[in-house]
Design a protein around this ligand. Structure first.
Ligand code: 5GP
Ligand code: ZN
Length: 117
């Protein structure tokens, strides 16, 4: 089984695993995190499978602009601009990455401390 076939977030994209989807376009998907760390905790993912930002080759960088277009739409549609928000991309085990399919966490709805833990 290759990485993509076993990937949880690819399964959510393919609707093989249910999720509370809040946004979808041709190239990105957003859904509520199953274990929210803030009153609003949404994950935004590209439909293309890459383990991490640093795995995206330069000629595929549209994946990242398309992803951030979706992030922008989601924050605008969920009152994040009014309430403040934080974007987080955990990359690698020491940073807490658990799912190896690029995802942007959107956290909002409470005061967020700095520096993060
Ligand atoms: P990471 O730790 O890789 O940055 O973030 C992975 C996130 O995926 C975690 O916040 C975790 O709660 C979330 N997550 C893990 N499994 C599922 C799932 O099956 N459904 C949803 N909606 N979120 C999940
Ligand atoms: Zn994947």
């Amino acid at each position: 089984m290759d990485q993509k076939q076993s990937c949880l977030f690819c399964k959510i994209i393919n609707k093989e695993v249910p999720a509370k989807i809040v946004y979808e376009d041709e190239r990105a998907l957003a859904f509520h995190d199953i274990n929210p760390q803030a009153p609003l905790h949404i994950l935004v993912i590209p439909k293309a499978h890459y383990s991490a930002l640093h795995d995206v080759p330069a000629d595929k960088y549209a994946v990242i602009t398309d992803l951030f277009n979706a992030v922008n739409n989601v924050v605008r549609e969920n009152k994040c601009v009014e309430n403040s928000y934080r974007l987080v991309v955990n990359s690698g085990p020491a940073a807490g990455q658990a799912v190896y399919h690029i995802h942007v966490h959107i956290l909002s709805g409470r005061a967020l401390k700095w520096p993060p833990g």
